[in-house]
Design a protein around this ligand. Sequence first.
Ligand code: ZN
Length: 199
Amino acid sequence: MATVPAPLARVIQELTKLPGIGEKTATRLAFHLSRTERRDVEALAAALAALRDDLRICSQCCALAGSDPCDLCADPQRGADVLCIVEESADLAAVERSGGFRGRYHVLGGTLSPLDGIGPDDLNVTPLLRRLGQNGVREVIIATNPTTEGEATALYLARLIKPLGVRVTRIATGVPVGSDLEYADEVTMHKAMEGRREI
Ligand code: ZN
């Protein structure tokens, strides 16, 4: 990076630490920032600096939030009888963007992974059971990722929750909307056949 002035090289070096940002993108962003108005760059720097200080964990759903309880948990319009369980706060944001869910969430903080030494005590399972005991939850939708760990975690939670008399459902997996069956892999196709429904 000898051809890049030191102040730019420093920004590029920091940006490449971010997920999905390679050196090329980091360089483009750094040059872009060097041409950006001073107040906008300062606003970005201030927002980044405040990120660690201003973020907290919602004591109800365990999501990263700006307040406790978070806006979703504090919203009286959201039904408290259906709970969607996701692995991370980013997954919550993805479900929320879909606009198709009006219940509440619970963030696990990961998945069970015995090989990495991650057991139920390392996830937000106890707060989940506490909520189920208190709040009149009728259904729990398990929206962990369709990975080996995500599926194992879903099964574990289902076994734990069903005896409490709460309906447990799993999000559907299968052929992506707008895609061609010809290009679906075997596992996806298998899951799609398994998860078929009447129309
Ligand atoms: Zn919350």
